[in-house]
Design a protein around this ligand. Structure first.
Ligand code: FMN
Ligand code: FE2
Ligand code: FE2
Length: 405
């Protein structure tokens, strides 16, 4: 760890980790960098910390630059331990510092690090904070990388502290992209594919948000500080987030059974939501469908949604017959999810979920959402009590499914 100035009054106080670092079930072959920044304003401010493993080293280095008790604000853009991990070490010396973060981040930090007694300054999208001669502007960027995440923009210097966004897992010893002696653009793109792509709609939202602000430099939390041509990296995100093959839209089949129509309404709402996302949808009410034809359509599709109402603890209509004729096919490259309307227990949805797993589909359910998106969401399988009350929830389920195919 070294001290380095990124402008005359901002110092990088990060950690370059050039080992092969284990991370989210991957091994980062080229290591990584944990970037933390000290702004020497009248109210000295830290932006993010470093990985939990380097807390002591971080404090030793920081203490050479400033007496930590003078620090007024610690901005935490994202609570994961690779950024907030050294917060307890920092706070143990920065006794008067206020923690600046989103409401959700505050809840999580308090629980993680037992910070109930510390003073938090909760910020919302678009809020500004005066730090003595400089102004911070906060932009909420949910799911980039997790739900509580935000970015911080330093107005006077036009620097975007983007946290996980625009990051690269690489041991960036030269610190700045224009000084880099190693090829890193491919790593920048791989990082996008691994960390950001599963949250593509939120990337688009974020890009819209930063469109209006002039950016001289992007100071992310991993890898190079992008001071040469930051727009190029924004453009890479824009291109990648818009990648949609309009000539070959993704295909989804929705097949359902119902007694009184509620499950049909869910199917229709899912279909609308997917169609809006550019997906080619075919809906089958199984009662009136030729099951062999449905099976043929499923062979060609990218995703399958199967829904049933629950009647006396079971699926209704010819749903079981339908699921049985799908046996023996290879569906491993197709995504699938269950849905249905129910009254109190909704067993049908659970049975469909079991069947889809047995048939070899890649089933999008809570476990999948946790592993892929890092969200603990009950969105899929989609369970609706009686008739739809929360239209948005059903639309969101369709959208999330569409993003995963
Ligand atoms: C005869 C009958 C049996 C039912 N049994 C169950 C049940 O075992 N578990 C449950 O969660 N809901 C049960 N329900 C509630 C229905 O699943 C609920 O009304 C649902 O909205 C029906 O969906 P549909 O309109 O798509 O048919 C039952 C409803 C009827 C009429
Ligand atoms: Fe993260
Ligand atoms: Fe990270």
């Amino acid at each position: 760890m070294e001290e380095r100035n990124i402008t005359k009054d901002i110092t990088w106080v990060g950690k370059v980790d050039d080992r092969k670092v284990p991370f989210h079930r991957l091994i980062l072959e080229k290591g990584t960098t944990y970037n933390s920044y000290l702004i020497h304003s009248e109210k000295p401010t830290i932006i993010d910390t470093v990985d939990i493993e380097f807390g002591r080293e971080y404090m030793e280095n920081l203490s050479k630059l400033i007496d930590p008790s003078e620090i007024e604000f610690v901005v935490i853009n994202h609570v994961e331990p690779d950024h907030a991990g050294s917060l307890p070490a920092l706070l143990s010396k920065a006794l008067k510092a206020k923690i600046v973060c989103t409401e959700l981040a505050a809840l999580e930090l308090k629980r993680m690090f037992r910070l109930q007694k510390r003073e938090f300054l909760i910020v919302k999208d678009g809020d500004a904070l005066e730090i003595g001669g400089k102004t911070l502007l906060f932009l909420e960027t949910p799911y980039l990388h997790t739900e509580e995440t935000m970015m911080t923009y330093l107005v006077e210097d036009q620097i975007l502290f983007s946290c996980d966004v625009f990051s690269t897992h690489i041991a960036a010893v030269e610190l700045f992209n224009d000084l880099s002696k190693q090829e890193y653009e491919e790593d920048f793109k791989v990082y996008y594919d691994l960390i950001m792509k599963p949250h593509r709609p939120y990337v688009s939202q974020m890009l819209t948000k930063i469109k209006e602000i002039p950016i001289q430099m992007i100071a992310p939390s991993h890898g190079y500080i992008l001071r040469k041509d930051p727009d190029k990296y924004i453009e890479i995100y824009r291109e990648k987030s818009q990648m949609k093959d309009l000539k070959n839209p993704k295909k989804v089949v929705i097949a359902y059974s119902t007694m009184t129509g509620n499950t049909g309404k869910i199917a229709a709402t899912l279909s609308e939501s997917l169609t809006q996302a550019g997906v080619d949808v075919t809906v089958f009410h199984l009662k009136n469908a030729n099951l062999e034809e449905v099976k043929d359509r499923i062979r060609e599709c990218d995703g399958l949604l199967v829904g049933s109402a629950t009647r006396y603890g079971d699926m209704v209509g010819n749903m079981e017959e339908f699921l049985k004729i799908l046996q023996g096919e290879d569906f491993h490259d197709k995504k699938a999810a269950a849905f249905g309307s129910y009254g109190w227990s909704g067993e049908a949805i659970a049975y469909i979920d079991d069947y889809l797993n047995q048939l070899g589909f890649c089933v999008i359910d809570q476990k999948y959402l946790i592993k892929t998106l890092g969200v603990d969401s009950p969105l899929l399988p989609l369970r609706v009590k009686f008739s739809i009350e929360n239209q948005q929830q059903v639309e969101e389920a369709g959208r999330v499914f569409g993003e995963q195919i």
